[in-house]
Design a protein around this ligand. Structure first.
Ligand code: GTP
Ligand code: MN
Ligand code: MN
Length: 396
């Protein structure tokens, strides 16, 4: 039994970018419950509520020990009434009844399945649900028109929804490296996103591409994409062009948080022999595990039905590519490393505490009316008056 009077009272700074949040989480049951409620809010297109739950979860992720009583949380930031109720429920009963009933709800399940399709957001999913579509089967049967992204998303649903391992991310990294240096020798590829933060799995693989000579990176993305396409590595790609440097005297002040780099959302075709890992039975999205043909105990060819296709010798992997000029590289690297909440908190800190605007392109000081240059992430933290936080400690 833990004596409440002896239990330590935690202290945590207000902004996630002031904290060191590693992957070691001493309060996973609490943060899982809050994260699920955040996800549900986001699926319901209620981003404000989503952020509130994400902030509460991030505070608990930063604690050095498991929470044992509510009194330990007195004075902590970002814990609203609703989050505290969820925490109390978990502390008293071992689980959150709200998170559990959300998880079981038909609407949550349908929203999750439908937004699991690449190219489908909460609004589209909600619209389909209103029209009686709750499953992939119903969507396929409905004859609803899908855009190109959604068609690819539906076709590669299982692959896109299966976590990507670090080994797979490294294999993709080698392919991207080969593509980039083939079309522009000297260009550099950096792994960003969750894998740069040390995560062992991810929902995609993120890369930032640059060249040490300013300007040499221009027009690089289409060449990289053509190379990848010619080698058969792409199942889907959509490239969007840079629109940032179009004003005459340097970069215009970013209008929103959306960045304007040349970027490519893609789905890679990763061959099994490029995955550098021991083969495991495939897990289908319905949770049924099936053996590969080669593992059939009797050496028979498994019977093929419509519902059970032959196992593929490759898997689909979501990959994000971004090209940045070297002058903006540090900002792009910081902006694409995440976590999403860490990024949001950096921008909130910059705006509220420093009267600065931070984007993935630049840092603008609104008091001095000028851009603050940086060639490293360390310099950006210094400009912001923050202690440097390495990627592995940005897992807020
Ligand atoms: P998993 O992929 O789920 O493992 O996590 P992740 O942290 O890698 O997430 P994700 O790939 O979604 O995003 C990686 C980083 O890129 C995050 O910091 C995002 O904020 C950032 N990001 C994603 N899309 C955009 C965008 O359109 N613009 C900018 N500036 N950043 C983005
Ligand atoms: Mn990612
Ligand atoms: Mn991504």
């Amino acid at each position: 039994q833990i004596n409440e009077a002896e239990a330590m009272v935690f202290s945590v700074p207000n902004y996630a970018c002031q904290r060191r949040t590693t992957l070691e989480n001493h309060n996973a049951v609490l943060t899982d419950a809050l994260s699920l409620l955040a996800e549900n809010a986001e699926l319901e297109d209620e981003d404000g509520r989503g952020v509130a739950f994400r902030r509460a979860a991030a505070v608990l992720k930063a604690l050095p020990k498991p929470v044992t009583s509510l009194t330990q949380l007195r004075g902590l930031p970002c814990l609203g009434e609703h989050s505290l109720r969820v925490i109390q429920d978990v502390l008293e009963t071992g689980s959150s009844s709200e998170a559990e009933s959300t998880k079981q709800s038909e609407r949550f399940k349908a929203l999750k399945v439908l937004t699991g399709i690449f190219g489908v957001g909460p609004k589209t999913a909600a619209w389909w649900i209103r029209h009686g579509i709750n499953t992939l089967h119903q969507l396929r049967a409905s004859g609803h028109t899908l855009n190109r992204a959604q068609q690819a998303g539906l076709e590669h649903y299982d692959g896109v929804n299966r976590p990507v391992t670090k080994a797979e991310a490294d294999a993709i990294g080698e392919i991207v490296e080969t593509a980039v240096t083939s079309v522009l020798p000297g260009a550099q590829v950096t792994l960003t996103g969750g894998f740069r933060r040390g995560k062992l799995t991810g929902h995609d693989v993120d890369f930032l591409i640059t060249h040490p000579e300013e300007g040499r990176e221009e027009g690089l993305m289409p060449k990289v994409v053509s190379w990848l396409e010619s080698q058969g590595f792409l199942l889907y790609q959509k490239t969007t062009r840079n629109s940032y440097l179009e004003s005459k005297d340097g970069p215009a002040r970013p209008a929103s948080n959306m960045d304007r780099f040349e970027r490519c959302f893609s789905i890679f075709k990763l061959a099994e022999d490029e995955r550098r890992e021991t083969k495991q039975p495939e897990t289908r999205t319905d949770g049924v595990t099936r053996l590969r043909a080669s593992e059939d105990a009797c050496g028979r060819q498994p019977a093929l039905s419509q519902a059970d296709e032959e196992p593929k010798p490759w898997r689909a992997v979501r990959v994000d590519l971004v090209v940045s000029p070297i002058s903006q590289f540090a900002f792009a690297l910081l902006g694409w490393t995440g976590s999403k909440l860490f990024e949001r908190e950096l921008r909130r800190w910059a705006g509220y505490e420093k009267t600065m605007s931070l984007s993935s392109h630049a840092l603008y000081d609104n008091k001095q009316s000028r851009y603050l240059k940086a060639t490293s992430e360390e310099e950006i933290f210094a400009h912001l008056g923050l202690e440097y936080v390495p990627p592995s400690e940005r897992n807020a």
